[in-house]
Structure formats: structure tokens, C-alpha cells
Write a protein that binds this ligand. Structure first.
Ligand code: NAP
Ligand code: HSE
Length: 438
């Protein structure tokens, strides 16, 4: 049987784009049978046509002018895997206005300009699909929009950045250094073009913004998401976490708290016995609680060429099926119909309450711990454990304190006061402890 042909223009042929090219060629027959159409990438846009590529493609396919995919009337679907937010926004808007569907892996684009793009896609009755933007190869967005649609999502905890999870795992298990491990993550194609987005927690926050929108049916003002990265985590913190029965993970968390929504990304200590603690290396996972389904977890490879390309191809097939059926927008991209999407009221981080791990860098001398304990008690913070590994009188040593549940704003004030003590030599490290899915 001859399949109708659907022509695709792909912008970007780096880590993700070359994976997409590979899958579409290796599985051409299989995908034709599944989509009901022959999927052909007829144009690929890159910055430099001279660069050496991991895939071979006919010279006539490669181009460096984005406008050529927009101007080609035969191209019905554009796959954006270039990652430049400004250029991608322009491309998306022009594509929609030209009646072309869009598949993108660009979480920054959606976190910052999602509202505008969803409106424009709807206005032009075209699809915008972005499964690869969150969780790499894990189809979490489709699961939230469709499989879990019968539930109110009460809480969601995600390990959403493969680079950070890889770094924390390697530092903890192989005792490698932070810079060396980051370099390796870049070599493996996990990191963003600017890896500060990964280690600073921004990439995970971009993904969280998308998840919050789908989980709670709201638009998120991105700067309101609390973000803290993993740059301050030391091998000593990882060792201490282990001693106390915890793992440190960069978690992206959203919870409903009355009419407020928590949306935060930060290094988090979680019990070694929890399912998320078992997620190692580049893997991602989303642990969620729905009011009817209960607890569930989706797990898989969160970054890299092939897992990400797998998610992109899933979207390509969805759009191809819609093109054949002459429909678009059958499932709203955020899972809730546009007219019913409000703006999220994000709870300030100061309202958070829970236990903390605090590492003070103090001069080892009698009375220092008493000073710290006194200030913590002034702010109503109760201590559950204290640990000092080394005794080096008169020299700087780490002193670790675990607290019972305390209010973030009180902890922040107490730490500011403690940091001013003359025996405290550096800013105190604070890591929140989450107790869940034990
Ligand atoms: P990448 O390896 O840096 O590849 C980017 C590609 O886009 C390159 O081929 C580059 O051309 C091209 N490009 C960049 N800016 C361009 C412009 N202004 N005009 C034309 N072409 C341009 O990036 P990547 O890792 O594949 O990531 C692509 C997107 O997927 C990003 O949004 C990223 O956040 C997202 N993503 C990545 C992963 C991952 O694991 N890597 C996972 C999920 C989502 P040249 O090759 O000529 O330089
Ligand atoms: N840089 C991202 C990560 C790629 O490490 O998770 C996947 O989105």
C-alpha cells in the first residue's frame, strides 16, 4: 500500500535533531504503518552547513535559511530543535500564521512564551506539541493530559534535569568532582548549550512551569517559581545526607495548597527508601499523587539524543495522524480548554514549612554551637540532630544541624543572623528535607 507523504521541515540538527533524523530513517516503514503516512524530512536548517554531522543526509536537504521551511508550501509540519528562544518564538509564530503545525523540544520557549504561542496556535487551528520538552523520553505530558485526566493532581515531584541527576549520582557514588562530571555530561549531550541553565536549576524550572500548567490548568508567571541550583552542594553534604539516611536530588515540586500553588526547584534531601532516591544518573522521574489514582511514578531517560528524539517522533506521529484526519487541537496542549485556564497564584517560598539540613562553616571553638543553637531557638527553630565530623580546634569546620519542621522565613532570618557571627566563616548552606513516598 502506498502511503500519502507528509513533508517535514526540521530546524536544528544537533543532539536532538540528529536523533530524530536517525529514528525517522531507521523506522521509516514501521512509522508509515503507525502514522498512516510516509514521514519525510525534506528540509533541515542548521547554522553551519560545513559542520561535521553524526548522520548523513543529502546535500539538497541541508540549508541555513529558516525562511525556506516557512516558505515551502509542501511542508505542513515544522520540528524545532534548535534551542534559541528568540529565533524559536519568531519561527513558531510565523509557522502558525502560515498554517503549519509545530513540534518543539524547547522548554525555555514554552515556559517564557507559552501563553502567546498556545493562543496563536489555537487561532490558526494548528497543533503545537512539546512532549520532549519535559522528562526527555518519558511521555509525562501525554500521561497528565490524557491518562490522569480524571484526577486532581495534589502533588508532583520531578527529577527533571538529567545533567544534575547525573552529576549528583557520580559525585556521590564515584566521588568525581563537580567540574569533571559536568564536562562529561556535556560530552554525552545531556547539558544545555549554556550548562548554567542545568546546574542553576533554571532548566528544571522551565519544565516545572509546563507541568504546573498541565497539572493545575493555569498559566505560570515564570519568575515567580523559586529556583535554587546544585552549585553549592559539596561532597561533604552528599556524605552527610548518606549518614542521615538521605539522598540529595534536584527536585521540581508543585503542590496545591488551598487556592495557592507551590512551584519550586531546589536541592532536596529525600529518604534513601523513597522511589525517587533510586533514580540515578541521567534518568528522570515524576512522582505524583492524584486524588483518585493515588501515588504513581513515571521513570526513564531524561536527556540525550535518542530518548529525546523518541519523544519528538511521538509528537510527529500525533500531528501526522491529525493532518490525515484533517483535525487539529483535539487535545488542548495544556490539557484544559483555553477559556478555563487562569493564572497561577504561586505561594512564596517563605511560607514553606518543613525540616532542614543546615551546614554552618564555623571556627571550631567552645561555645560556637551554643551560639548557633541560641539563635535558632530565638526564631522558634527546634534541632533534631547535630553532627560535627572533625575536631580541629581554632580552624574552620563544617557543623551540620538538622531541624524539626520550621517556617522558611524564620530559617532565612536565623541564618542571616548566624552568618554575621564572627566565628562563622562562610554563608550557611540550607537544604530542604521532603518527607514523602516513604
Ligand atoms: P544542539 O546540540 O546545540 O543543537 C542545536 C541545533 O540547532 C544545531 O544543529 C544548530 O546548528 C541549530 N541552530 C541553533 N541555533 C540556530 C539558529 N538560530 N538558526 C538555525 N539553526 C540553529 O542542541 P540540542 O541539545 O539538540 O537541543 C535542542 C533543543 O532541544 C533545545 O531547546 C534543548 O533545550 C532541547 N532539548 C535537549 C535535550 C538534550 O538532551 N540535548 C533534551 C530535551 C530537550 P549548527 O549545528 O550548525 O550549530
Ligand atoms: N539539559 C537537559 C537535562 C536536557 O540535562 O535534563 C533534557 O531536557
Amino acid at each position: 500500500m502506498a502511503f500519502p507523504k507528509i513533508k517535514i521541515g526540521m530546524v536544528g540538527l544537533g543532539t536532538v535533531g540528529s536523533g530524530v533524523w536517525k529514528i525517522l530513517h531507521r523506522h521509516q516503514a514501521l512509522l508509515s504503518q503507525r502514522a498512516g503516512a510516509k514521514l519525510e524530512i525534506s528540509k533541515v536548517i542548521v547554522r553551519s552547513k560545513k559542520k561535521k554531522r553524526p548522520v548523513r543526509l543529502p546535500a539538497k536537504v541541508l540549508n541555513s535559511n529558516i525562511q525556506t521551511v516557512l516558505d515551502d508550501p509542501e511542508i505542513k509540519l515544522i520540528v524545532e530543535v534548535m534551542g534559541d528562544v528568540r529565533a524559536s518564538r519568531q519561527l513558531a509564530l510565523k509557522a502558525f500564521r502560515a498554517g503549519k503545525h509545530l513540534v518543539t523540544a524547547n522548554k525555555a520557549l514554552l515556559a517564557l512564551h507559552g501563553k502567546e504561542l498556545f493562543q496563536e496556535a489555537k487561532k490558526n487551528r494548528v497543533d503545537i506539541c512539546f512532549e520532549a520538552a519535559v522528562g526527555g523520553g518519558i511521555p509525562i505530558l501525554r500521561a497528565l493530559r490524557e491518562g490522569f485526566v480524571g484526577n486532581r493532581i495534589d502533588s508532583l515531584y520531578g527529577i527533571l534535569n538529567g545533567t544534575c541527576n547525573y552529576i549528583l549520582t557520580e559525585m556521590s557514588e564515584r566521588k568525581t568532582s563537580f567540574p569533571e562530571t559536568l564536562k562529561q555530561a556535556q560530552k554525552l549531550g545531556y547539558a544545555e548549550a549554556d550548562p548554567r541553565f542545568d546546574v542553576g536549576g533554571i532548566d528544571a524550572a522551565h519544565k516545572l512551569a509546563i507541568l504546573v500548567s498541565i497539572a493545575h490548568g493555569v498559566f505560570v508567571d515564570f519568575p515567580k517559581i523559586f529556583v535554587e541550583g546544585i552549585q553549592g552542594i559539596t561532597p561533604f553534604d552528599l556524605e552527610c545526607a548518606d549518614r542521615f539516611g538521605f539522598e540529595i536530588k534536584l527536585l521540581a515540586i508543585t503542590k496545591k495548597n488551598g487556592d495557592k500553588i507551590q512551584a519550586r526547584v531546589h536541592p532536596t534531601m529525600i529518604s534513601k527508601d523513597s522511589m525517587l532516591a533510586a533514580v540515578k544518573g541521567v534518568n528522570n522521574a515524576v512522582f505524583l499523587e492524584g486524588d483518585f489514582v493515588g501515588e504513581g511514578m513515571l521513570y526513564g531517560r531524561g536527556a540525550g539524543s535518542e530518548p529525546t528524539a523518541s519523544a519528538v517522533v511521538g509528537d510527529i506521529v500525533e500531528v501526522a495522524r491529525n493532518i490525515l484526519a484533517k483535525v487539529a487541537y483535539t487535545v488542548p496542549p495544556l490539557g484544559t480548554h483555553a477559556a478555563h485556564i487562569g493564572n497561577a497564584a504561586i505561594e512564596p517560598i517563605g511560607e514553606w514549612r518543613g525540616p532542614y539540613y543546615l551546614r554552618f562553616q564555623a571556627i571550631d571553638r567552645p561555645g560556637v554551637l551554643a551560639q548557633i543553637a541560641k539563635i535558632l531557638s530565638e526564631f522558634g527553630i527546634s534541632i533534631s540532630a547535630v553532627h560535627q565530623q572533625v575536631r580541629e580546634e581554632g580552624r574552620e569546620v563544617p557543623i551540620v544541624v538538622l531541624t524539626h519542621d520550621a517556617q522558611e522565613k524564620s530559617v532565612v532570618k536565623a541564618i542571616a543572623k548566624i552568618n554575621r557571627l564572627k566565628n562563622i566563616r562562610r554563608a550557611t548552606t540550607l537544604i530542604r528535607i521532603e518527607e514523602f513516598c516513604q
